[in-house]
Design a protein around this ligand. Structure first.
Ligand SMILES: Nc1nc2c(ncn2[C@@H]2O[C@H](COP(=O)(O)OP(=O)(O)OP(=O)(O)O)[C@@H](O)[C@H]2O)c(=O)[nH]1
Ligand SMILES: [K+]
Ligand SMILES: [Mg+2]
Length: 375
């Protein structure tokens, strides 16, 4: 009996700790978000380097000094970025282009960062802000150095709201606007869950909503999330970016060490100096980008298969009055437009060898050939 009681006591204590910790984290997260995103959206400490995005996607190189970032850029693109044995050789962002499968991928060499980068030490803050704009992040590591480096870099990226290799939590959050009358000042927090919450609980979530002064809102939780993930949803500016851990300088470690590293998840081992495994790295980057290649075709003409348009998965087609273009990012095209597109080839038409009439909300698939008709 006594044992049973003490177990209950510990469980309650853990729950209480979890609850208070949740609140504390919510406060800290809001404080940090305010620090990082000053009132003026443009300019300020949270901005990256002034390099135009170009091509079909952006890949950013993040790492400590002298891990070989510039050597990689110089080997994989036609751009030369200065390399040297001393730290902080690179002082700004240097873009290069990787051409692969008809796509142009911007590879961004960046200055090395050190612990505390996100807190504004050196150019670190600018580097991590630039990482936020990438479609894929390469965390570059020196295979001869300790494993600690990887964790330190993850902390810096996490601190600016980058979530690596994670999906956006499946939570629908709607803020409701309130009128001026007294009735609408009432607190209406609709909280629904479609799954059992095992890592957080409703009380914690309700209290966090209150501490953020979110009195009128709808929350639908469709996944067994943690308190931290819920805070991420509320902050709203988190970036969920795929990442590859790239261990360079494998020419300087044992085969056993290399074998161990190469088997880890999201990991590629290379030697820039010897040009080892660089093709494979590009293949893996391509996979992570998960681009969809779409070819366009004019009526009566052949499609130009050498010049695809690369889109994000989930893309649809948007048609303007006199022009049309692909939506680069997943979007929903609302309304019924008197326009339709025709698709052939590609995965969309795998059940039909012929061209297929589809609506504008059609999700384009890899290798689709698209023609637009305006009748
Ligand atoms: N052994 C070995 N050395 C390498 C390799 N790749 C790069 N290096 C050396 O590592 C040193 C640093 O290379 P950089 O390309 O300048 O490194 P970085 O990461 O751009 O450095 P910062 O710009 O200072 O942050 C140079 O002396 C390179 O020759 C490799 O694969 N193996
Ligand atoms: K260097
Ligand atoms: Mg460099």
């Amino acid at each position: 009996m006594l044992i049973w009681l003490s177990v209950v006591h510990i469980a309650q204590k853990n729950k209480a700790t979890e609850y208070h910790l949740g609140l504390l984290k919510a406060k800290l997260a809001r404080y940090r978000a305010q620090l990082l995103e000053p009132a003026t959206k443009s300019g300020g400490a949270g901005t990256g380097f002034d390099v135009q995005k170009s091509g079909d996607a952006r890949v950013a190189l993040i790492g400590f000094p002298s891990v070989g970032k510039s050597t990689l850029l110089s080997k994989c693109t036609h751009t030369v970025s200065e390399t040297a044995a001393y730290e902080f050789t690179t002082l700004t962002a240097i873009p290069g282009v990787i051409e692969y499968q008809g796509a142009r991928i911007q590879l961004l060499d960046l200055p090395g960062i050190v612990e505390g980068a996100s807190q504004g030490r050196g150019r670190g803050r600018q580097v991590v802000a630039t990482a936020k704009t990438a479609d894929v992040i390469l965390i570059m590591l020196d295979a001869t150095k300790s494993e600690e480096q990887r964790r330190l870099l993850e902390i810096e990226l996490d601190a600016v709201g980058i979530r690596l290799n994670k999906k956006k939590p499946d939570v629908v959050f709607k803020r409701k606007t309130t009128g001026g009358d007294r009735a609408s000042q009432l607190i209406r927090r609709q909280l629904n869950t479609t799954v059992k919450l095992t890592k957080t609980d409703e009380k914690t979530i309700r209290t966090i909503l209150a501490s953020y002064k979110l009195h009128n809102c709808d929350v639908m939780i469709r996944e067994d999330i943690t308190t931290d993930e819920f805070i991420d949803v509320l902050i709203g500016t988190r970036k969920y970016i795929p990442c590859l851990y790239v261990y360079n300088k494998i020419d300087a470690i044992s085969l056993e060490q290399m074998d161990k590293l190469a088997r880890e998840d999201h990991t590629v081992v290379i030697s820039c100096e010897l040009g080892l495994n660089l093709d494979y790295l590009i293949e893996r980057i391509w996979e992570e980008l998960d681009l969809v290649k779409v070819y366009t075709k004019k009526r009566g003409a052949h499609p130009d298969l050498a010049d695809p348009i690369c889109l994000r998965r989930g893309a649809t087609i948007e048609v303007g009055k006199r022009s049309w273009r692909m939506q680069r990012y997943p979007s929903v095209v609302g309304g019924q437009l008197p326009l339709w597109s025709r698709l052939n080839r590609g995965k969309s038409s795998k059940f039909s060898p012929h061209a297929q009439k589809v609506g504008l909300n059609h999700l384009v698939q890899d290798e689709d050939v698209v023609s637009i008709f305006t009748k």
